[in-house]
Design a protein around this ligand. Structure first.
Ligand SMILES: Cc1cc2nc3c(=O)[nH]c(=O)nc-3n(C[C@H](O)[C@H](O)[C@H](O)COP(=O)(O)OP(=O)(O)OC[C@H]3O[C@@H](n4cnc5c(N)ncnc54)[C@H](O)[C@@H]3O)c2cc1C
Length: 266
C-alpha cells in the first residue's frame, strides 16, 4: 500500500466535505473490496474517509410500504434481520450467500452497490426489486443507477445513504456461485411487484441487466414453461476460463427456473 491519510468521520456531512476538498480521497466502508485494491496498488487515494459505523448509515426498518436498509448495513445483518426475513425473505437469503463469514461480517450493502461488481449479488436485488437508491444528494431509481462494469450513476463525492425496497408480492433469488469466491457465475432475482414481473440478472454479463423477454412472458404466466424458446442474447456475456458465453446463458435460464421453483414453493 502507498502512504495515505486516514480519517474516521463522525457524520455524512463531514465525509461529503472531506471528499469535496480532496478529489483523490476514497470512501471506506467495510473495506472488503477497497483494501485488497489498495494492497495490490491498483488505487492510490490521498485520503481514506472511513464511514464505517456511522449511525446515519445504519438501520433496517419497514416504513411506508418499503424496506429501508442503511448503506452501512453489513451483509450478515441483512441475512439475519427479522424485518428482512418477514418483508423480503429473498433479500435475506441473498445476503446470507455472499462470500464467506468474514466478508459478510465486514462488507456493507452500500459498498457493494456503489462498487457494482458485475458478479455481485446485491445489484440483482436492487434492480429486480425496483429499489430506490438514496444518496447524500438525491434519489435514483434502480433502472437509472447501474451503468455497466463497476460504473454507477453516483457522481464524485456522492455518498450512498440508504436503499429503499418496495415490498414485492413475492420474490426469489437463485445463484450459481463461483466455487472459490462465492461471487455469482449467474444470479437471477425474479420479483412479482406492483409494477409487474421483474427479472434481474447478475454475473453473466458485463453488468446487471433486466431480462425483458422473460419479464413479459412471466407477466402472462409465472411458470418455467413460459421461458421456453425465449430470446437471451449471449453475445455480450462474459467468457473466461470459468465458462463460455453459451454456458453462462444456459446458467441464466436454469437460475431463472430455480427462482420460479422457489416461488412455487418447490
Ligand atoms: C473473498 C471475497 C468474496 C466475496 N464474495 C462475494 C459474493 O459472493 N457476492 C458479492 O456480492 N460480493 C462478494 N464480495 C464483495 C463483498 O460483498 C464486498 O463487501 C463489497 O463488494 C464491498 O463492500 P464494502 O463495504 O467492503 O466496501 P468497500 O470495500 O469499503 O468499498 C467499495 C467501494 O465502494 C465505495 N463505497 C463504499 N461505501 C460507499 C457509500 N456508502 N457510498 C458511496 N461509495 C461507497 C468505496 O469508496 C469503494 O470504492 C466478496 C469479497 C471478497 C473479499
Amino acid at each position: 500500500m502507498y502512504a495515505l491519510n486516514y480519517v474516521k468521520v463522525k457524520s455524512v456531512t463531514e465525509a461529503v466535505d472531506l471528499v469535496a476538498a480532496n478529489p483523490e480521497a476514497k470512501l471506506l466502508a467495510g473495506g472488503m473490496t477497497l483494501i485488497p485494491t489498495l494492497k495490490q496498488r491498483l488505487a492510490r487515494p490521498s485520503h481514506l474517509v472511513d464511514i464505517g459505523g456511522l449511525a446515519e448509515l445504519a438501520g433496517i426498518e419497514v416504513k411506508g410500504g418499503r424496506l429501508v436498509v442503511g448503506a452501512g448495513t453489513k451483509h450478515h445483518e441483512v441475512a439475519t434481520s427479522a424485518a428482512v426475513a418477514k418483508s423480503i425473505p429473498a433479500l435475506a437469503s441473498l445476503a446470507g450467500r455472499i462470500g464467506d463469514p468474514q466478508v459478510r461480517n465486514m462488507g456493507t450493502i452500500g459498498g457493494s452497490v456503489a462498487n457494482n461488481d458485475p458478479a455481485a449479488d446485491y445489484p440483482a436485488a436492487v434492480l429486480g426489486l425496483n429499489a430506490v437508491v438514496v444518496t447524500s444528494r438525491r434519489e435514483i431509481a434502480a433502472d437509472d443507477f447501474f451503468k455497466g462494469i463497476f460504473a454507477t450513476a453516483l457522481a464524485d463525492g456522492e455518498i450512498l445513504v440508504r436503499l429503499e425496497f418496495p415490498l414485492p408480492k413475492a420474490a426469489a433469488y437463485a445463484k450459481f456461485p463461483h466455487p472459490a469466491s462465492g461471487f455469482a457465475m449467474a444470479g437471477v432475482m425474479v420479483a412479482d411487484t406492483d409494477s409487474g414481473v421483474r427479472v434481474a440478472v447478475t454475473g453473466a454479463g458485463p453488468g446487471v441487466f433486466r431480462w425483458r423477454e422473460a419479464e413479459a412472458a412471466l407477466g402472462k404466466s409465472m411458470a418455467a414453461t413460459a421461458l421456453e424458446g425465449l430470446a437471451l442474447a449471449a453475445g455480450e456475456f462474459n467468457e473466461d476460463i470459468h465458462g463460455t458465453r453459451e454456458y453462462r446463458a444456459n446458467l441464466v435460464r436454469v437460475m431463472t427456473k430455480r427462482a420460479l421453483a422457489q416461488l412455487a414453493g418447490r
